[in-house]
Design a protein around this ligand. Structure first.
Ligand code: CTP
Ligand code: MG
Length: 248
């Protein structure tokens, strides 16, 4: 079974507010995208204890003017035998993933992982867990963690910007979803093709790839996530990732 991967790194990192686009911002002296690629490609012990490489091909999306810089950051962590392609991303994350999928051949049964460069410490065990779930027959798999805050549905705000509470959502049934997300390639392609056909309709937009599969009416499964896969969005998140390091 072939395992392919898309690593999204084409965003600008507006909320991080760094001079560099987020994927190239250094963390422990290495760009975020290099950390994310290393763990995504890391060998994982198979059932017999022997290390097996999971990912055969990696497509990275880069800001259009920084394709060479992103290739330079990722190439050193890519082992011999893994095909690396760096492509310009699109205006949205969804468009970037769609651009990457065009470079992944036509083996519909292959497993494809979609992962964010903004999650540099996502560990190889998490990658292996997602791949194993797809291999076991779940065609769309996302890692998710229980939500610890109480969550309320609100709105709309009044003139003083206080928001009325509509309801408290039942927390035990909620999961905060991470990446890598895993799919049969054929299914993810169909989900993106369908979304592109309805691109004019905001109601069919989704903030992750699994959301596009849900729009097809196909099942999506959640496996246990990992706190180390936290996304870096703000300068505070970057500071936390620096302080905790890769194993915390
Ligand atoms: N991404 C992408 N192409 C885009 C937008 C985002 O490949 N057009 C990627 C980012 O590089 C990131 C991931 O999608 O790895 C998650 O996006 P996000 O955390 O929102 O990153 P940015 O879009 O870069 O940040 P911001 O929204 O603050 O500008
Ligand atoms: Mg963004």
């Amino acid at each position: 079974m072939r395992v392919l991967a898309v690593l999204t790194a084409a965003g600008s990192g507006t909320r991080l507010g760094h001079a560099l686009p987020k994927a190239l911002v250094p963390l422990h002296e290495e760009p975020l995208v290099a950390h994310a690629a290393r763990r995504l490609l890391a060998a994982c012990p198979g059932p017999d204890g022997a290390a097996t490489r999971l990912v055969d091909e990696l497509v990275v999306t880069a800001p259009a003017d920084l394709v060479d810089a992103v290739r330079g950051a990722v190439a050193p962590v890519v082992a011999d035998g893994v095909r690396l392609v760096v492509v310009p991303g699109g205006p949205t994350r969804q468009a970037s993933v769609a651009a990457a999928l065009a470079h992944l051949g036509d083996d519909d049964d292959a497993v494809v992982l979609v992962h964010d460069a903004a999650r540099p410490w996502a560990p190889p065990e998490l990658v292996a867990r997602v791949v194993a779930a797809v291999a076991a027959g779940h065609d769309a798999v996302v890692p998710g963690l229980p939500v610890t805050d109480t969550v309320k549905r609100v709105g709309p705000a009044d003139v003083a910007h206080a928001e009325p509470v509509r309801e408290t959502v039942e927390r035990s049934a909620l999961r905060a979803v991470q990446t890598p997300q895993g799919f049969r390639l054929g299914l993810l392609r169909r989900a993106h093709d369908e979304a592109a056909r309805h691109a004019h309709d905001e109601r069919v937009a989704a903030s992750d790839d699994a959301g596009l599969v849900e729009r097809l009416g196909r099942p999506v499964w959640v496996v246990p996530g990992d706190e180390r896969a936290a996304k870096i969005t703000t300068a505070r998140d970057l500071r936390v990732a620096e302080l905790l390091g890769e194993d915390a």
